[in-house]
Design a protein around this ligand. Sequence first.
Ligand code: ADP
Ligand code: MG
Length: 260
Amino acid sequence: MQPLLETRDLHVSFVTDDTATQVVRGIDLNVGRGEIIGLVGESGSGKSVTCMAAMGLLDGNARLDGEIRWNGERLHSQDDTAMSALRGKALAMIFQDPMSALNPVQTLGKQLYEAIQLHSTRRLGRSELKQRAIQLLSDVGVPAPEQRLKAYPHQLSGGLNQRLVIAMMLAGDPSLLIADEPTTALDVTVQAQIIDLLRRLRDQRGMSIILVTHDLGVVAQSCDRVLVMYCGRVVESGPVRAVFNNARHPYTRGLLASLP
Ligand code: ADP
Ligand code: MG
């Protein structure tokens, strides 16, 4: 089956003062429909840069090499209009800090209405926006959704804000979600709830997910396949169980040894 997203021999370097530093060194990644792929690696190993490259979100100092394919179709530079179109619709990304995706001085309702309108082909009326917003909030497990519409982000917990960001992203009905350490900043119990939510989105909507995490327990529970990155390279990849049972790289072995 054709992968949804594929990178082949992806290299990324950053250019500063005429020197180029390579931080991603030949990544082959493929994500099938409805798959959850874990991306693991120590801080600075190139996980976020790989994700940003796949989303076409790297800034002007970045130099990309290799191929990125979406549904088999090759995308070119990170400024490619095809890439922005994909970002608007098929691809979405969430980050560690939900506040980075939220406007602190706008109510949840207003932010959701804007996200819903952005992805709609026609102008929606107030009551339709409200109805859809409430539906999205309940889809992501926000309790008493109607009462939340008038709240501001600072009035909600980190976990609820992360749910709100996921609801806003669902307004675009993306095929692939890249979740870059979406729970690192949250309490342990809330972490588990957000991971459950992601799994449910895969089960119910067939969404594909790249889940960047430090937590091998989370990978064991929720991922189909895992890639372990070290210094910009993939040092381990395959079905979770196979990788866990047959880890070769010292970094992966160390991580596994520290699992409770
Ligand atoms: P990870 O997500 O695995 O912790 P990153 O992908 O964020 O790591 O970073 C990989 C390396 O690339 C790091 O050494 C980081 O300092 C460097 N890097 C990331 N973004 C930039 C940038 N915009 N300019 C220069 N270097 C960067
Ligand atoms: Mg990162």
